[in-house]
Ligand binder design. Sequence first.
Ligand SMILES: C[S@@+](CC[C@H](N)C(=O)[O-])C[C@H]1O[C@@H](n2cnc3c(N)ncnc32)[C@H](O)[C@@H]1O
Length: 273
Amino acid sequence: MTPTPPGLEELKRYLQERHGFDLEHYSRSFLERRLLLRLRHHNVAGYEEYLSVLLKDRREYLDLINTLSVNVTEFFRDAALYQAVAERVLPKIKERNFRNGSRAVKAWSAGCASGQEAYTLAMLLDDYFGAQAPAWACEVHASDIQENFLAEARTGKYPKGKAAQIPASFRKRYVIEDGGHVSMAPRLKKLVNFFKHDLASPPPLESLDLLFCRNVMIYFNGETKEKILRWFHRCLNPDGFLVLGACEIILKADLFQLADSEHKIYHRAAHDA
Ligand SMILES: C[S@@+](CC[C@H](N)C(=O)[O-])C[C@H]1O[C@@H](n2cnc3c(N)ncnc32)[C@H](O)[C@@H]1O
């Protein structure tokens, strides 16, 4: 591994001690790429100088956190994945839960940014499980480390252009057009519970059927990734499913096995981790 650049350890220590923000979980390459944006913004050459900017300017901490939190997201991001989930994953969840005497389904969007993934999941679950007679109870939990993303997610209101990827049949039922904006229908909002959670700490959820953690794990180092995967294994039901981003893979076959390699859908391994 390349030597740690001067000042990086001091910067990490300051953020941990002053703000409880732990940069250790992020991969070195991601961290250095994102920090460089702040260094350039302040026209400073190194981490030592950047630390003095942080000490002088209280607002810089918020800008730094925003820079570290890439929040790109979309409704129905990778449409074919959602089709695969609807056609192949939801029927399996239904069969398993029904066999166990349950008429409920529980999902988690971990690292949900401004909420589009969580609302997409809510549409999918309501469309499939809400159509059963009698309708099943659907719960979507959605978390992020960034309070400002969660605040936006809770409004359920987005610029109209962002709803373009929502298929017309879903838009008709779940989206209310309002001038230049769209709002999620109240019955959809009721299904989603947004909460603040740092993925590097143990999750407060259990008995999940479906866990989406897409385009988040890429920021973490190997050790933190493994810890998170063990927690995910623990909070999923036996036979539960984990869905990752299009470019993410898991090599922990003792915890998760590929159910669909094209769409990065994993099946929880049956044993206790
Ligand atoms: C690129 S977005 C992914 C959004 C969505 N999952 C998707 O794929 O469209 C990454 C999100 O991960 C969140 N994130 C980064 N570090 C996190 C952490 N330690 N705990 C929880 N969320 C985190 C960021 O705030 C950001 O909203």
